[in-house]
Write a protein that binds this ligand. Sequence first.
Ligand SMILES: [Zn+2]
Length: 108
Amino acid sequence: MTVQTQRFIDLWDILGLRFQCTKCNASLLLSMSKEIDASKLRTCPNCDKPWLSVSGSTVESAVKEAVSAVKMLVRQFAAEGGFPVGCTLSLQVNSEPEKQSGGKALEG
Ligand SMILES: [Zn+2]
C-alpha cells in the first residue's frame, strides 16, 4: 500500500518571505504584514553577491508583483468583507521537505 500526503497552506498562512544568500548563507526574513521594498534586495547585505539584479536583469518587479498579488488575494478571500467568492484558495506545498529545490527551477 502506498500512502501519499498532500499539504496545502492558506494564503494568510504566508507570514513572510525568506531570502537566503547562495554564497554566504546569510538569510533575511521579511514580514508580509509590512512593506517589502524589493529594490533593497539587489545584493546580499552581508557579502554583496547580486540577489535580485544580476548582469543588468532583475526580478525585482516579479517579487513586488507576487507580494502585491498575495496581499490582494488575502483581502479578497477574507472571510468577511472581501469579494464574495464561492470557493476557498489554498496553495499546495511540497510534502517531501528533503526534495526542496533550494531556489532552483522545480522539476516537472
Ligand atoms: Zn551573501
